[in-house]
Ligand binder design. Structure first.
Ligand SMILES: [Zn+2]
Length: 162
């Protein structure tokens, strides 16, 4: 069983700590609704740092894969995960920090930040709303249901941006 790591997020960032680990996709309970199988692992690298303007930040790198259900044929599809998020640790009420010109997403600083929960949040944001096989790989193609769609992997082409 995976031991859930918790960090004191502000200390973690202030001291420039790092945490590496690997999570089985099966441990990410909030992902199960969109997944066809529990196959896959997510390797994570969490790093705390201070931005140039002295904000306390976390950088989260995720690499691995999972198998969401294709919304066209309802079969499992391979979804490679490779993403990097930079998150500002907001102290106090989150909405005080909801400036439109914020360069980074903010999350609430916590003395007991649930790292697995954070990883789950970022994966949920990264997964396409309606994942689909690429053209030519989908079972539903032969049923004449094929439509030209954006490649679902395009979302992974770059870093997560706002
Ligand atoms: Zn499909």
């Amino acid at each position: 069983m995976f031991a859930q790591p918790f960090i004191d997020s502000l200390e973690f960032a202030r001291q420039g700590k790092e945490l590496r680990g690997e999570l089985p996709v099966s441990a990410l309970s909030r992902l199960q609704d969109v997944l066809a199988t529990q196959e896959g692992n997510i390797v994570f690298h969490l790093r705390g740092f201070q931005s140039k303007d002295e904000k306390l930040m976390l950088e989260l790198l995720l690499e691995g894969g999972c198998q969401p259900r294709c919304q066209r044929c309802l079969e499992a599809m391979t979804f490679p995960v490779l993403l990097m998020s930079r998150l500002h640790l907001a102290e106090g009420e989150l909405d005080e920090f909801a400036d439109e010109d914020e360069e980074f997403d903010s999350i609430a600083a916590s003395p007991q930040l649930d790292v697995a929960g954070l990883i789950e949040d970022e994966l949920l944001l990264a997964l396409p709303f309606a994942p689909r096989h690429a053209e030519g790989e989908c079972e539903a193609n032969s049923a004449g249901l094929s439509r030209p769609e954006a490649n679902p992997f395009a979302v992974l082409a770059g870093l997560k941006s706002k």
